[in-house]
Design a protein around this ligand. Structure first.
Ligand code: GRF
Length: 207
């Protein structure tokens, strides 16, 4: 029997800046996510800064432009690339594209997303701006399992961030982002370790 723990292969899908990707990569490097590596970073947009950040770290990258492609046809290519890299957990990190049912069923219970609001409030774009202009007193972020609907799957972790009277969308985004980086790492650990069970939509974490 092999007593070595197998390394868990993570795939990242992103479209832009890539700070959540970097936070996960930092957590792996620091041993906060044990026995894991990022096997592949895929961007559906050319010129995404996240890709350059991955290249600098020596992490394999693929740029697969999605513009104009039919959803499932594109997702089949992405899923194939992830399978080729032996990815078992897919982390969306600012990935600006809805997933097809085909993609979701290719990685059952194995796709996570981070969203900068306390879902189900303020799904979609500019969630921090939405919370601010709505007049909410608290916002935050959510890590959830992904289904084919926008920002809708079962919630794994959330963190609450108070909204200050003098907040701008930028200042609020900045404080939420710090929490995003923290809880994404924690959620990835919980899922990789199988330290949870589900009851309907509820994700119950074993302490
Ligand atoms: C984050 O706010 C994340 O919650 C949302 O998109 C943004 C991506 O930022 N889904 P980054 O590319 O990870 O820096």
């Amino acid at each position: 029997m092999n007593s070595m723990k197998t390394t868990r292969q993570i795939g990242i899908l992103l479209s832009g800046r890539g700070s959540n990707f970097e936070a996960l990569a930092d957590s792996i490097d620091a041993g906060r996510i044990p026995n894991a590596r990022i096997a592949l970073v895929i961007s559906n947009r050319e010129g995404a800064p996240g890709v350059e950040k991955a290249q600098k770290r020596g992490i394999p990258t693929k740029v697969m432009p999605s513009k104009g492609l039919e959803r499932e046809a594109f997702d089949r290519q992405v899923a194939a690339a992830l399978h080729d890299a032996h990815v078992e957990l897919v982390c969306l990190a600012g990935y600006m594209r809805l997933l097809s049912p085909f993609f979701v069923s290719s990685f059952p219970g194995r796709i996570l997303n981070i969203h900068p609001s306390l879902l189900p409030s303020f799904p979609g774009l500019e969630a921090q701006h939405q919370a601010l202009t709505y007049g909410a007193k608290f916002s935050g972020c959510t890590v959830h399992f992904v289904d084919e609907n926008l920002d809708a799957g079962p919630i794994i972790l959330q963190s609450c961030v108070p909204i200050r009277d003098d907040d701008t969308a930028e200042s609020l985004s900045h404080r939420i982002l710090e929490e995003e980086h923290r809880i994404y790492t924690e959620a990835v650990c919980i899922v990789l370790e199988g330290r949870y069970r589900t009851e309907g939509r509820r994700v119950l974490i074993n302490k």
